[in-house]
Design a protein around this ligand. Structure first.
Ligand SMILES: [Cu+2]
Length: 187
């Protein structure tokens, strides 16, 4: 995108410089049809193809990827992952295995929220009465920050969460260590 935008900006600057140069005869039709269509159609075509390709990659597929439920509540996040002996719930902390695709199943308890981890990809709304799905992949272990990206009331600004990306072999241990056992924390 940056490369393409740089080339187009350069082209426009060259044309601008030419406009200040000595007058010349221009074939209006060639400019409007040739460059107007000849330039914008390929650019839009490439962007459409890239958009479809990327869009396809964030759609969940039936390939056995790990499924984690993401439930948004005013004003916190509940993550439910399948442990080896039953679902494990964590609060405001999502544990992901590094280098593996994960399908998030996103729902809301009350109002519209939006799940967003800038370092992992785009936003996905959590809408009451609806289930949205998003496929993500975190490539390397580390801790990332996520944030609700849709104004959802007084606590919106503090509706943050952490994403702990761990080695796939340590995923279940990390999940258990973080599990919410019902001990109420101060919200
Ligand atoms: Cu919010």
């Amino acid at each position: 995108m940056l490369g393409g935008a740089a080339v187009l900006t350069l082209l426009v600057l060259v044309l601008l410089a030419m406009a200040f140069g000595p007058p010349r005869k221009v074939a209006a039709r060639r400019w409007t049809h040739g460059l107007g269509l000849g330039l914008s159609l390929p650019v839009l075509g490439v962007m459409l193809a890239a958009g479809l390709w990327v869009g396809e990659r964030v759609l969940p597929r039936d390939d056995g990827a790990l499924k984690i439920e993401v439930h948004a509540v005013q004003w916190y996040w509940e993550f439910t992952a399948p442990g080896s002996d039953g679902p494990v719930m964590t609060r405001d902390r999502l544990i992901l295995p590094a280098g593996e695709p994960v399908d998030l199943v996103i729902t809301s308890e009350d109002v519209i929220h939006s799940f967003w981890v800038p370092q992992l990809g785009g936003k996905m709304d959590a809408i009451p009465g609806r289930t949205n799905r998003l496929r993500l992949q975190a490539d390397a272990p580390g801790v990332l920050v996520g944030q609700c990206a849709e104004f959802c009331g007084l606590g919106h600004a503090v509706m943050r969460f952490e994403v702990e990306v761990v080695d796939p072999d340590d995923w279940e241990d990390a999940l258990r260590a973080t599990a919410d056992n019902g001990e109420a924390e101060d919200d």
